[in-house]
Design a protein around this ligand. Structure first.
Ligand SMILES: Cc1cc2nc3c(=O)[nH]c(=O)nc-3n(C[C@H](O)[C@H](O)[C@H](O)COP(=O)(O)OP(=O)(O)OC[C@H]3O[C@@H](n4cnc5c(N)ncnc54)[C@H](O)[C@@H]3O)c2cc1C
Ligand SMILES: NC(=O)c1ccc[n+]([C@@H]2O[C@H](COP(=O)([O-])OP(=O)(O)OC[C@H]3O[C@@H](n4cnc5c(N)ncnc54)[C@H](O)[C@@H]3O)[C@@H](O)[C@H]2O)c1
Length: 484
């Protein structure tokens, strides 16, 4: 059986390797370099810049720890070079291409964008054709641009790699995952950042407490956040750009050295000329059923190209499912009930499951929140701004969702996801021992709080759960009345 995989990001690579593992003769065609957005342009380099931003941030608390010395200066060019080094790690050190080839996959990369010439065949710009009995489309997506005058003047996340100096001021249009990530890095580096977000809050799909706390923390860093606004035009004015936007129908303008778009992530499937073979797409995403099969029965899709869950773990998982269904016959469902996500903004956020608003609309539920300044470890680290929120179904006592904001939240959330995947009841979680002193203790403490609120067991409130009686200077730096 010949399996053709188009696109070499996490979805395509996992599909190709699994296809070969299952005995198919696999060809993987990638227009640029294997690794995709995840390795080459998105999480790997951007996370590395976020780490540099964290180091700058940490230098601001040196005095708290009795350390002296001048704070580091940001050399943007060097920071970017380090980010590129990390992006290249998968190639230079891990030898991704060689590994894929060693698994028996025919790897064709750097050939430019390919397209369908018939339902079983694609063609690359150099005229080569590749065919498969089954095909998996894993072509990902790309940064969207608003159809507004001056759109060509704006950069996207990919351009951060070509920065050689820090912009004095920056406007980021779009305040969801990508926008918050860019804004957080740039403000910690020292740029004056304004975020313009169309929705009424940043991170509009998140739990409200996460959005509110993130906005409060960003504002405390000096970032300007304008929500409920629509960017309508970008124009050059001498050395700066003017971004015109509407607030309650009134035109306002903000000037900046650089403007970034972070306004969405349309799929790349339309580049494949899907209409030539009757392949159904919507906004550049391949329309698939719950087994990842497209409108053309021997063509499946995986990863961002499906528009289902645009995250690396989901892309890898869908790649496996699609390969199994393509090679063994269509049978496995793609389920995405428990997908922990995390960002590397400062403060960081991590989420799994339903938001409080979604949970309350569907279930009778209990919500418990523990603030980081109730725990020892965040105070030790001088990072005591943050919280852990657990949402529990009141009758069966299963966890419906968890939202953590603050240091290590993207790590902490994995633990809650595991509890959810094993259908652990809240009283079992409350009974676990947690290493001390850790940030993850917040999960156990929130579970205990929940048990008390639900009246499941008589559990004494520990002194550590009492709210601090005197203000903690580290929390005060990012404290807001809007925090839970
Ligand atoms: C700034 C940023 C930060 C992110 N951070 C995170 C994070 O922290 N955690 C997380 O889980 N996710 C994160 N994401 C999302 C994550 O990068 C994607 O969900 C993931 O890369 C999707 O994998 P994929 O294989 O579906 O697509 P991609 O990784 O985009 O790979 C698709 C591949 O297909 C190729 N291709 C496209 N069209 C064609 C064609 N016509 N012919 C041949 N090849 C083609 C592309 O060149 C590309 O290599 C982030 C995204 C961005 C932009
Ligand atoms: N850390 C992470 O896990 C991470 C990081 C980046 C991206 N991602 C993934 O990539 C996907 C894309 O994320 P994204 O943030 O690029 O896109 P998105 O679609 O999630 O957000 C785009 C934002 O732009 C806003 N917007 C749209 N038009 C606007 C306008 N005219 N003016 C102002 N604001 C406007 C929208 O309201 C929205 O909040 C997400 O699904 C996410 O899962 C994940």
């Amino acid at each position: 059986m010949r399996l053709l995989v188009i696109g070499g990001g996490p979805a395509g690579v996992s599909a190709a390797l699994q296809g070969a593992e299952l005995g198919a003769q696999v060809t993987l065609v990638e227009r640029k370099r294997v690794g995709g957005t995840s390795v080459n342009e998105g999480p790997a380099p951007v996370r590395t810049l976020a780490r540099a931003a964290r180091l700058v941030r940490d230098a601001r608390s040196w005095e708290t720890f009795g350390l002296r010395g001048s704070a580091p200066e940001v050399d943007v060019k060097a920071a970017v070079a380090n980010a590129v080094r990390v992006a290249d790690y998968s190639h230079d050190v891990k030898r991704m291409s060689e590994y894929i080839a060693s698994c028996g996959v025919e790897l064709v990369q750097g050939v430019g964008q390919c397209w369908f010439v018939d339902p079983h065949t694609i063609e690359t710009p150099d005229g080569q054709r590749y065919s498969g009995d089954a095909i998996i489309i894993a072509v990902g997506g790309h940064a969207g641009r608003l159809p507004i005058p001056g759109a060509e003047l704006a950069l996207t996340y990919e351009d951060i790699r070509s920065l050689d100096e820090l912009p004095v001021s920056t406007v980021v249009i779009g305040g969801s995952d990508t926008g918050c990530q860019l804004a957080s890095i740039l403000v910690d580096f020292g740029s004056q950042v304004t975020v313009l977000e169309y929705a009424e809050r940043i991170k509009p799909r998140s739990d409200h407490d996460v959005s509110d706390a993130l906005a409060a923390a960003f504002t405390a860093k000096g970032m300007r956040i304008v929500t409920g606004t629509q960017a309508t035009e970008i124009e050059r004015s001498g050395e700066v750009f003017l971004v015109h936007h509407l607030v309650d129908g009134v035109r306002q303008t903000v000037a900046a050295d650089l403007v970034f778009f972070a306004v969405g992530w349309p799929g790349n499937a339309d580049t494949l000329r899907p209409e030539a073979i009757g392949l159904q797409t919507a906004r550049g995403y391949v329309t698939v059923d719950d087994r990842l099969v497209s409108s053309v029965p021997h063509i499946l899709a995986a990863g961002d190209a499906t528009g289902l869950s645009m995250l690396v773990p989901s892309a890898r998982q869908q790649g496996l499912v699609a390969a199994e269904n393509a090679v063994l016959g269509t049978r496995r469902r793609n389920t995405h009930e428990i997908v922990p996500t995390g960002s590397f903004t400062d403060p960081e956020y991590g989420s799994v499951g339903l938001t409080e608003q979604e949970a309350r609309a569907r279930y009778d539920c209990e919500v418990a929140i523990v603030r980081y300044d109730d725990l020892l470890r965040p105070v030790v680290d001088a990072r005591s701004g943050g919280f852990c929120k657990l949402i529990v179904e009141s009758n069966r006592r299963y966890i419906l969702g968890a939202h953590v904001l603050g240091e290590y939240s993207a790590e902490i959330i994995q633990m809650v996801a595991t509890c959810m995947a094993t259908n652990m009841r809240i009283e079992q979680l409350a009974d676990l021992q947690f290493a001390f002193p850790t940030f993850t203790e917040a999960v156990g403490m929130a579970a205990q709080k929940c048990v008390r609120q639900l009246g499941i067991a008589r559990l004494a409130q520990q002194w550590s759960e009492l709210r601090p009686q005197a203000p903690d200077p580290d929390t005060a730096a990012v404290r807001s009345d809007t925090w839970p």
